[in-house]
Ligand binder design. Structure first.
Ligand code: DGL
Length: 259
């Protein structure tokens, strides 16, 4: 069986790359729901339905553990999936998200004031603030939605993205840490670091692989079931030449195919 990585589009390939670099021996299945991208400006009902369909598809494709790399899907759908969907549909399958591992890193270093930048749906859910406060109730949390950043990145418009990063950075100058709470933002990490040199910028591509490795070590019942032939299958619900180019920049040797 495989390690599955799910995203609303191709942003999750960045995290997948970090998994493959750290744990190349496993078999991986990537599914990006690019037909419905972006999730960040959709209603919670739509996000939940799309994510449930993706879970069914990935389970049918032999995923034993699924990492929802999409912050928006994690924020809106993960709890329902873990508590309601999986127990009746596929109790042997494990589904994990990106929010808790990110929060665990954010509270290291005795942080006092943490910024969160993410899509509108993620911010609307207040998931980061809620989870941070469960651990440190006195923490100051500054949450900002950045609806312009995903479209700018998707259109390869990094000049516009840079202008927005400068603008958003002003909201976080008094923070000691900033969570980049979106699959696409690792691509803007340097811009955020440059704009906020005094702030610890937390990027999920740097933290998720050690969290997954640690999880697999603690769960041999899952790890034992994982194929270790280094197989890779990368699929999307909608394919065009632009997405093929983006994927090829990250993985030149693995074809992106339509599901
Ligand atoms: N994958 C989404 C996230 O991490 C960003 C793109 C979208 O809005 O679908 O929140």
């Amino acid at each position: 069986m495989k390690i599955g990585v799910f995203d609303s589009g191709l942003g999750g390939l960045v995290i997948t790359k970090s998994f493959i670099n750290a744990m190349p021996e496993y078999d991986y299945f990537y599914y990006g729901d690019s037909a419905h991208l972006p999730y960040g400006d959709k209603t919670s009902g739509h996000i939940l339905n799309y994510t449930l369909n993706a879970m069914r598809y990935m389970i049918a494709n032999d995923c034993k553990i699924i990492i929802i790399a999409c912050n928006t899907a994690t924020s809106i759908a993960l709890r329902y999936i873990q508590q309601r969907f999986i127990p009746s549909y596929a109790p042997d399958i494990k589904v994990l998200g990106v929010v808790i591992p990110t929060v665990e890193v954010a509270i290291e270093n005795n942080s006092q004031r943490v910024g969160v930048i993410a899509t509108s749906a993620t911010i609307r859910s207040h998931i980061y603030r809620t989870e941070l406060h469960k651990i440190v109730s006195t923490l100051n949390v500054e949450e900002i939605a950045a609806p312009e950043l995903v479209p700018a990145i998707e259109n390869n418009n990094f000049v516009i993205a840079q202008e927005f990063v400068q603008e958003y950075a002003r909201s976080f100058t008094t923070c000691d840490s900033l969570i980049l709470g979106c699959t696409h933002y690792p691509l803007l990490k340097k811009m955020f670091c440059d704009a906020l040199p005094q702030v610890r910028v937390i990027s999920q591509d740097e933290l998720m692989s050690s969290k997954l490795k640690d999880y697999l070590l603690r769960h041999p019942e899952i790890e034992n079931k994982l194929g270790k032939q280094g197989l890779r299958s990368f699929q999307v619900s909608s394919l065009n030449t632009h997405s093929q180019k983006v994927a090829a920049n990250l993985f030149s040797d693995i074809p992106l195919v339509k599901a």
